[in-house]
Design a protein around this ligand. Structure first.
Ligand code: HEC
Length: 107
């Protein structure tokens, strides 16, 4: 299961590798930050300092690039409580969120 997941991670990361991806507009960015605080925050902490899920602070996320994080956000981590957000988020939105996390957003 774990090995399959990492194979999938690589395939999906490559699929997301389009450099000219548009950012979500301002209204959608506000919605995404709201989601980050209230939905992601329910597991990762309202200040993203960790809870049921790990802290999502830049220093903790250094070893992942934004696309890898976006894949985790979109598809979850099978076998853990991290759920897939694909039904609610586009790839662009997941990458935008991942970049916000890597830059140290405080929702
Ligand atoms: C039901 C609880 C839960 C919710 C809600 C949740 N997560 Fe998670 N998340 C987890 C857990 C648990 C892990 C750790 C998985 C593991 O062990 O690899 C995780 C892992 C992650 C990781 C990888 C962190 C790392 O250091 O490897 C990211 C990024 C992440 N979540 C982002 C999000 C975002 C963004 C949202 C909201 C859109 C979200 N999560 C919502 C439980 C949750």
């Amino acid at each position: 299961m774990q090995r399959l997941f990492f194979a999938l991670l690589i395939v999906l990361t490559t699929a997301l590798a389009s450099p000219a991806m548009a950012e979500p507009d301002q209204q959608r960015q506000n919605d995404l930050l709201h989601l980050l605080k209230h939905d992601c925050g329910s597991c990762h902490g309202m200040r993203l300092e960790g809870g049921l899920g790990p802290a999502l602070k830049p220093e903790k996320l250094q070893h992942w690039d934004a696309k890898q994080l976006a894949v985790t956000i979109l598809y979850g981590r099978p076998g853990t409580p991290m759920p897939p957000w694909r039904p609610f988020l586009s790839e662009e939105e997941a990458i935008w969120l991942a970049n916000q996390l890597k830059q140290g957003v405080q929702p």
